[in-house]
Design a protein around this ligand. Structure first.
Ligand SMILES: *Cc1c(COP(=O)(O)O)cnc(C)c1O
Length: 410
């Protein structure tokens, strides 16, 4: 309760000082999460942060002390990472549709590990690297044939644009190994995400381990890096039980140790590639109620930011049915009553919550949507209907800081 009151003080101040709608990221909470991740796996995993989950420049800059690497998935993200002070050597570059110009800029810029998702891409990369007189370190992304149940979003186990299907990997890896401009340095799998079940996460990692072992043995590789796409989920809806991370750690560490004990994996770095689990729960979306109305028996509160500012919370980011995100009324007290929260857009799909139970909501009140530190502004159509773009605010030891990317300020 005390912690909730402290957060509300920050959220209220952020809204009053910098305006709404805004995103507020609590760096101390991210730091605790990073520590917990390292402890849960006993330091067996390095942490690589997926920029696509939160590309805020100030956040990326600060993350240099919290994460071991960044995974970028476009040349735009590559540039953002460099601008945030990351050395190119600590970056990996994934993405199923990398264009020639993107490959060239990343290779020329010294990207640490290029994650190739097809033989075509490896051939292009090799040609470019040869022209530049280089050999580019690459990882091969593999798409498993199966993904356990329990992942909210699945990238493999069915026809998929991502990576090379494991069934096709014998010939594909052979072809890639023969290319003069690339050097196969390891393997990468990211097969699904938003999983809250510890057993499913472990089953998925065991599947990765089997694939990594088979491919390594078959081609007599000595991998420097194995990337495990984490799949770790966070609670987004009422009834979601948070993932038992420590149970994942206890269950999978013996398997990681057995893997590391094999001679081909001596010195191999195990990397956990992670987005929402690191930053998601450290972020709040704060929107102010502009107006309320009673319409045919339903109380509706119209907020100054809706799907334009927070697409995932409005349910239009890969959700089949709208379910409310966890949220609260900032400094709210009083009996709970149902209210429907909508945004300011002239479209009926702009809805933040259906019948959520909050203390009485009036114009001027602030609503804080939780689990908003990943897939926020950059995953939202902020240009749609030209409302002010959401500010981005950081809470650190010095207080509150407006870190809205400069190109985005209106
Ligand atoms: C999106 C993505 C991630 C991060 O996913 P989260 O669900 O946010 O953890 C990691 N790796 C790759 C390749 C991705 O595309």
């Amino acid at each position: 309760m005390q912690q909730a009151a402290a957060i509300d003080l920050w959220l209220q101040t952020a809204a009053d000082e910098f305006g709404t709608p805004c995103y507020v990221y609590d760096l101390a909470a991210i730091k605790r999460r990073s520590l917990r991740l390292r402890q849960a796996f006993g330091g067996r995993f390095l942490l690589s942060f997926a920029v696509k989950s939160n590309p805020n420049p100030a956040l990326l800059e600060w993350l240099r002390t919290q994460a071991d690497g960044l995974d970028v998935s476009s040349i735009g993200e590559f540039r953002l990472a460099l601008a945030a002070g990351w050395p190119a050597s600590r970056l990996s570059f994934t993405g199923p549709g990398k264009r020639e110009a993107e490959l060239r800029e990343a290779i020329e810029g010294g990207v640490g590990e290029l994650v190739v998702e097809s033989v075509r891409e490896a051939v292009s990369a090799s040609t470019i690297a040869v022209e530049l007189g280089r050999q580019q370190p690459i990882l091969v992304r593999l798409a498993p044939a199966t993904v356990p149940r329990g992942f909210g979003d699945q990238m493999a186990g069915r026809p998929s644009p991502f990576g090379i299907d494991v069934e096709d990997s014998p010939e594909a890896v052979e072809a890639i190994l023969a290319l003069p401009g690339v050097c196969l340095q390891g393997l990468h799998i990211y097969a699904g995400t938003q999983c809250l079940r510890a057993e499913a996460i472990c089953e998925n990692y065991r599947n990765f381990i089997d694939i990594f072992t088979d491919v390594t043995d078959r081609h007599r590789l000595l991998p420097r890096t194995l990337v495990f796409g984490s799949g770790l989920g966070i609670p987004y809806h009422g009834g979601d039980e948070p993932l038992d991370l420590e149970a994942v750690g206890r269950d999978i560490c013996p398997d990681l140790d057995a893997l590391a004990a094999r001679s081909c994996f001596h010195g191999t770095r195990f990397v956990l590639e992670i987005g929402r689990y690191l930053t998601g729960e450290a972020g709040y979306f704060v929107t102010r109620v502009v107006s309320t109305k009673l319409s045919r028996g339903t109380k509706i509160a119209i907020c100054d930011g809706g799907m334009n500012a927070h697409l995932p919370a409005s349910g239009h980011f890969g959700m089949v049915m709208h379910r409310n995100y966890p949220m609260h009324k900032v400094n709210g007290q009083g009996p709970l009553e149902p209210v429907t929260l909508v945004g300011p857009l002239c479209t009926s799909i702009d809805r933040l919550a259906n019948g959520v139970h909050l203390p009485p909501v009036e114009a001027g009140d602030l609503i804080a949507v939780h689990s908003s530190g990943a897939y926020g502004p950059s995953a939202s159509p902020i240009g749609f209907i030209a409302h002010p773009v959401p500010r981005e605010i950081i809470i650190d030891e010095t207080g509150l800081r407006d870190v809205t990317p400069s190109g985005r300020r209106l």
